[in-house]
Ligand binder design. Structure first.
Ligand code: 2M8
Length: 433
């Protein structure tokens, strides 16, 4: 079977009738940023289905504008995934059960790429006029309610919000959180994937504690005493890319794109504060300069936050930001020994030379297909075509050899986590097209 047919089969097999699950076993509901990547691949099979994927996700949007990170399927057993709907206790006015946290904003970019795949079909279905106000409300939520540091960047309040759950960038901030007792919840992820490939029980105890605190404050961003609050480079870079996409959408609708371009410009300037030693770093808004040992650099005097020392793939993702002032330095870091672009498989999720590097464990070293797609897009935008082509070839070979693994060992390319994984198939289709 051709790679294209195999990728198509993965997406058809994981389709539920109105959206796509990331994995039938490990993640049996709809995930926010997964759906954005999935739409980017689905648009090559059926632009209409890609639109439906995104619009079903937007059907779970809250009245405050947030797009929750999980939209739960009523057709799936309530305890099939932990934490499920009974833990989150969040139902939209439309009756959709969701989580209460968010994920990186790739959605406007996905909507614009989906529109471009078949403009006639998009116009016929009125896709852009329907999704534009929802995307504007989403970005407005982020830029107002989530600017917790007051520095013009969006903060995440839970490691799951980054999409890179157990990244070493969160270790110091998590160490300050008292974990929920291990006997107070039952993990389901380790029923489906090797515990060596997944976060530890201690991580899970802290994830549960942070989510429960937010839930117990009715997910009110002004009222919750967030113990964990960080400005994440990838989250903000994806918001910038999505503001550029919103400007394109506004223009296509005959609207003035200026405020989206201005937002992108302001965010790009604010993002620059996270750049040090050739890489973007997360800023921990709850750490004080005195307690942060070995910090990558502290913010201006009087301003909250400390740059965390860990170097992760999140710090390279700003490569997708159009006109990024730090692009040349960032590219040099990607190619150097810390990330080994062109020398190891895809792009590792964490610094290969870092003290916390683990080649098998989830977001602490393994290479992921969605982040490789983002770096590929950045390389293409920067006209680094040879390097982009090399990354593309590696990605396509690995998707084939691993049966669309969730992530791979950066050294030998062996599969880790789940297989038959939706965004892996989706970005494969996109790079084949
Ligand atoms: C992983 O995260 C979920 C929690 O949201 C989990 O581990 O249970 C992450 O890789 C995240 O980026 C991804 O969106 C999700 C579903 O694929 O799985």
């Amino acid at each position: 079977m051709s790679l294209r047919s195999a990728a198509k089969q993965v997406l058809l097999g994981n389709w539920t009738g109105h959206s796509t699950v990331p994995s039938r076993s490990l993640y049996p509901h709809q995930w926010s940023w997964d759906s954005a990547f999935i739409a980017i691949g689905l648009r090559h099979l059926s632009p209409r289905r890609a639109q439906v994927e995104l619009e079903s996700l937007f059907g779970s949007q809250w009245s405050d504008g947030r797009i929750p990170h999980i939209s739960f399927s009523p057709a799936v057993a309530r305890d099939a995934y932990f934490p499920g709907p009974d833990f989150w206790q969040a139902t939209t006015t439309g009756g959709v059960e969701t989580s209460g946290i968010i994920q990186p904003p790739v959605h406007a970019l996905a909507a614009w790429l989906t529109h471009q795949a078949d403009e006639a079909e998009s116009v016929r279905r009125g896709f852009l006029p329907r999704v534009y106000p929802k995307l504007v409300a989403w970005h407005t939520y982020l830029r107002t309610r989530r600017d917790l540091g007051g520095r013009g960047l969006v903060a995440i309040v839970h490691p799951w919000e980054s999409g890179m759950d157990n990244s070493p960038a969160w270790d110091d901030a998590l160490a300050r959180v008292t974990p929920a007792p291990l006997d107070s919840f039952t993990r389901r992820d380790t029923d489906h994937a090797s515990p060596a490939d997944r976060p530890t029980d201690l991580d899970y105890g802290r994830y549960v504690q942070l989510a429960a605190t937010y839930r117990d404050h009715q997910y009110d961003d002004a009222a919750t005493p967030f113990e964990f609050a960080l400005d994440d480079p990838a989250f903000n870079a994806l918001l910038i890319a999505s503001e550029h996409a919103l400007a394109d959408i506004a223009e296509a609708l005959g609207l003035d794109p200026t405020h989206h371009l201005k937002a992108a410009e302001e965010l790009t300037k604010a993002l620059g504060e996270l750049f040090t030693n050739g890489l973007f770093h997360a800023r921990d808004l709850r750490a004080s300069a005195e307690v942060a040992s070995g910090s990558a650099g502290s913010a201006e005097a009087g301003a909250p936050g400390v740059l965390v020392p860990a170097g992760t793939i999140s710090g390279l993702i700003p490569l997708i930001v159009p006109g990024l002032p730090q692009a040349a330095d960032l590219l040099a870091t990607a190619r150097g020994e810390r990330f080994g672009l062109g020398q190891v498989h895809l792009v590792p999720s964490y610094d290969l030379t870092g003290p916390a590097f683990e080649r098998e464990r989830y977001w602490r070293g393994p290479s992921w297909f969605n982040t490789a797609w983002l770096i590929h897009r950045g390389l293409t935008t920067l006209n680094e075509q040879d390097q982009a082509d090399q990354l593309r070839d590696d990605l396509l070979k690995l998707a084939d050899s691993t049966d669309f693994a969730e992530y791979v060992d950066p050294y030998d390319g062996s599969p880790r986590g789940a297989q038959i994984f939706s965004w892996t198939a989706a970005v494969t289709l996109d790079l084949l097209s």
